[in-house]
Design a protein around this ligand. Sequence first.
Ligand SMILES: Nc1ncnc2c1ncn2[C@@H]1O[C@H](COP(=O)(O)OP(=O)(O)OP(=O)(O)O)[C@@H](O)[C@H]1O
Ligand SMILES: CC(C)(CO)[C@@H](O)C(=O)[O-]
Ligand code: BAL
Length: 283
Amino acid sequence: MSVPIVRTVAALHETVKEWRRAGARLAVVPTMGALHEGHLSLVRAALDQADRVIVTLFVNPKQFNSPADLAAYPRTEDADAEKLAPLGAHLLYVPDGAEMYPDGFSTTVSVAGVSEGLCGAFRPGHFDGVATVVAKLFLQTGADLAFFGEKDFQQLHVVRRMARDLDIPIAVVGRPTVRETDGLALSSRNVRLSPAERQAAPGLAAALFGAAGRLAAGEPAEPTLAGTRETILGAGFREVEYLELRSAEDLKPLQAADRPARLLVAAWLGQTRLIDNVEVLPK
Ligand SMILES: Nc1ncnc2c1ncn2[C@@H]1O[C@H](COP(=O)(O)OP(=O)(O)OP(=O)(O)O)[C@@H](O)[C@H]1O
Ligand SMILES: CC(C)(CO)[C@@H](O)C(=O)[O-]
Ligand code: BAL
């Protein structure tokens, strides 16, 4: 069994119309391809909760603030389709740039507040690109449910806020980060790590989990985060872009984990930028 592929909005609408006529509940799983177990966990969760699941594959140029990062992004459509077929995903939607952004395209969706700080501070324009393309994917598919990974925790909040603000009738479901057995969060960009970097990479998650335990036990944020930065650098990372404790509910900064919180990090290992985050639950 293979997964049917559509490449145009018109063809997508035709299939969706048929499914709607049959009363199906639809889910969408937006991706940029190079699928791994993290993506597949979203597809499985979507299949559990919906009758029809659309996976989208679009490497969205508007969210890349570095041309080199866009050029290096892995593109593996055939292998992606092969991974989806045995799961039973119902449709793979693969628009090209001209389909998504035809000549004259002029609209940007910008979500204030939650897009600012963290990755938003270091990737200018990134979340405008994400919010714009995800709004289009929500409207193009007309799905009832959408599945996103908590690995991109700020993105999950941006997308939720955008759907709420624009009255798009879709439930945004966040799913836990899938990790390698050594703790490294699965990411399409992990393939860029050299063997030595791959060995050092789990140091990021280890430092986060250690800090989360201390913060949950009541340690104040500032000294704990300063020590954790040193631990990450000591593990071989060359730069910590940010390491911040934020409210899990609205992503506002916190001085201590006195309510459900999230510890979020972005750090460079050689030429690769890794992000991760963990839950901090006060005891
Ligand atoms: N390890 C993971 N666990 C759960 N969900 C994940 C994981 N990695 C990515 N996702 C989710 O998959 C969806 C598509 O993400 P994307 O295609 O950008 O993959 P990615 O691995 O995050 O790529 P990159 O790390 O290069 O940005 C997003 O909702 C993202 O949060
Ligand atoms: C949500 C998304 C598919 C939008 O391009 C992308 O940001 C991603 O893969 O996380
Ligand atoms: N996983 C979020 C997509 C990006 O890094 O551009």
